[in-house]
Design a protein around this ligand. Structure first.
Ligand code: SME
Length: 163
């Protein structure tokens, strides 16, 4: 059984350090990328407050394909450059969107989503996936969250890489 909890205030540097510690412990020594993405999505869903979607899209050529997640069923394929996820994967840069309705080309998978943070996962300098977080609260995510999830992405990149 895995029983993780975070003591520090949500979004603080200490919160993110604890989240990374838990993610590290949960995936250490497990070579299966799907198992690791599934557990990471569940961990984020459990520990990060005020989300309505948390999970992975994996890059396959010039398309993002839905990976393990928690939340409502979501769009399966997103071309690079399309929507918030496609922008993150296409540029290799995190997208912190305070108001998804103001983001050109935002893809509404869940009408409840108001803000979004998408962080690319790079392995050997290549985007292999993105971590996508949606919230029903406008401007839910901070720059500290962006930094925290970028560190998390770097930590788990090799553990979700195929082959
Ligand atoms: N809103 C995303 C699509 C994925 S769902 O949020 C799960 C986007 O615009 O890329």
């Amino acid at each position: 059984m895995f029983d993780y909890a975070i003591a520090h205030p949500a979004g603080s540097p200490a919160f993110h350090a604890e989240l990374q510690e838990a993610a590290d412990a949960l995936t250490a020594g497990e070579p299966d990328p799907v198992a690791n993405m599934a557990n990471l999505a569940a961990l984020i869903w459990q520990l990060v407050p005020d989300l309505n979607w948390a999970g992975f899209y994996r890059r396959q050529g010039d398309t993002l394909v839905l990976g393990p997640f928690c939340g409502r069923p979501a769009c399966i394929r997103i071309p690079l450059g399309r929507g918030v996820c496609g922008a993150a994967a296409g540029t290799g840069e995190s997208q912190l969107v305070d108001d998804v309705h103001a983001f050109p080309g935002h893809i509404a998978c869940d009408a409840a989503s108001r803000s979004e943070l998408v962080v690319p996962v790079l392995h050997d300098g290549v985007v292999i996936a993105v971590i996508d977080l949606d919230s029903p609260t406008p401007a839910r995510f901070t720059d500290g969250d962006r930094q925290g999830f970028e560190a998390l992405a770097a930590l788990i990149a090799a553990r979700i890489a195929e082959g």
